[in-house]
Design a protein around this ligand. Structure first.
Ligand SMILES: C[S@@+](CC[C@H](N)C(=O)[O-])C[C@H]1O[C@@H](n2cnc3c(N)ncnc32)[C@H](O)[C@@H]1O
Length: 236
């Protein structure tokens, strides 16, 4: 992953995806908003999801993915690059000020570099506030096959709103992946325990995660404490 510094305190992250294309994701470090920075858990989870989806035997082009709290959009764009119809979401400020541009630009890159047999890559940006949004058609079309989110659990207040959202967006077949850095163990444990009411929760073993992804990432990131949880909605 290369980082290019620009004037006006913007940085461009370059992320090589499995077909050789390079995603260029803009971030704005001086905005005092969480969503305008690319967090390490999105880089690690994006790498992990690429590995997982590459080995999937299912066709991905007819699968729908939604990302919650997309921020700059790296993970959602990687899901899109694997062929999933992807909806990236965030609060209005983030969606308007950084996410829309990143998605528009990288969608153009992906479609320019698409191979003969590839379908058109498809991604949309939508405003979704976990505390107020009703997740219904036509704006949202649950159930989604994949629901992904990284670094979205950093405050106790958000936990039940976030879980309500994934519960509304998923059915028993949906694959849900949450990547996070364990900054506050109490918040992380409260989240995991709250999830266990409605979902089966499996932590991707650290050894497996390291083996799959860290060889491709730079040293700074391989030292970070990123954890990935796979959730499956329980059958009633
Ligand atoms: C730490 S950032 C992570 C961004 C990105 N997922 C990443 O890992 O780089 C947390 C994200 O959650 C979003 N967020 C916080 N509260 C939210 C809410 N109530 N509804 C929707 N998104 C929210 C923020 O706007 C921000 O983009």
């Amino acid at each position: 992953m290369n980082i290019k510094e620009q004037a006006n305190s913007q940085k461009i992250y370059e992320f090589k995806i499995s077909n050789g294309s390079i995603l260029s994701i803009k971030q704005q470090n001086d905005s005092l908003n969480h969503g305008t920075t690319i967090w390490d858990s999105s880089i690690v989870t994006a790498q992990y999801m690429q590995h997982l989806l590459r080995s999937s035997k299912d066709s991905l082009n007819d699968k729908k993915c939604i990302e919650l709290g997309s921020g700059c959009g790296l993970l959602g764009l990687v899901m899109c690059s694997m062929g999933l119809q992807t909806t990236l979401t965030d609060l209005e400020y983030v969606a308007v000020n950084i996410l829309k541009d990143n998605v528009k630009y990288n969608l153009w890159i992906l479609n320019q570099q698409r191979q003969k047999n590839d379908c058109l890559f498809d991604a949309q940006v939508k405003v979704l506030d976990w505390t107020i949004t009703q997740l219904q058609p036509p704006e949202f079309t649950p159930p989604y096959d994949y629901i992904v989110a990284t670094d979205c659990i950093y405050s106790l207040d958000l936990i039940h709103h976030f879980i309500r959202c994934i519960n509304e967006l998923a059915n028993e077949k949906s694959f849900i992946f949450c990547g996070l850095e364990r900054r506050d163990p109490f918040v992380t444990e409260t989240f995991i325990n709250a999830c266990k009411d409605g979902f089966n929760v499996v932590k991707i073993p650290e050894k497996k995660l390291r083996k799959i992804i860290f060889k491709d990432l730079d040293d700074n990131i391989s030292n970070v404490n990123v954890e990935i949880y796979r959730l499956k909605k329980k059958k009633h």
